[in-house]
Design a protein around this ligand. Sequence first.
Ligand code: PEP
Length: 255
Amino acid sequence: MARKPLIAGNWKMNLNHLEALALVQKVAFALPEKYYAKVEVAVLPPFTDIRSVQTLIDGDKLLMAHGAQDLSPHDSGAYTGDVSGVMLAKLGCRYVTVGHSERREIHGEDDATVNAKVRAAFRHGIVPILCVGEGLDVREAGEHVAHTTRQLTAALAEVDAEQAATLVVAYEPVWAIGTGRVASAADAQEVCAALREALATRYGAEVAAGVRVLYGGSVKAKNVGEIVAEADVDGALVGGASLDADEFAQLCAIA
Ligand code: PEP
């Protein structure tokens, strides 16, 4: 099954809403429309920028999608500071990252929380970009495939095949995020293929063949080509490089 590559820019906690508008405009200017037929492009701004970004994308009929970086497992109620899938869906979010290593590490999100957030996203028609990845100690112990497939399986508890068919998975080795140390194409392929295999075991080969599995971790224009050339790597989740319009546009064009 042909899978359209996805390049999603995770802005993390950067850019106010005016800077967000400027960045989206620059990316739109730098990436000619013809590329969008071959690659799907999404930006994932902080919550405070989403409305502005949505208005710009919709108003100017830009071909990129937008999403969020997190959501509450709950739909409404006494959860001060949280933002629900209901709210994100109303803002036209197509994607939301769930299980990013920064949320797992800094906010102590465990597998049960990640699973609840994945299910909350599906409940509101938002596609979770489910992030999994091992730390350096796990990689050095040779346990990276077991670790990431276990994270995947745990995150998908009570997720049915129809939902799973729309899922995006991002393999993000923690040692590669924001470090400038990118995984080799072969390393990315090994884990992305294993994740697809785990999806096939759980949901069947057809579902697994349609799921996009991204690589994330220090992706730049100069290294994206060889990574996405791998058979089971269907694009990239891009942090730092997504804040530079020219670099991000170039990266999307190469992908
Ligand atoms: C990320 O935060 O998901 C990420 C991949 O960051 P970076 O590209 O900066 O390593």
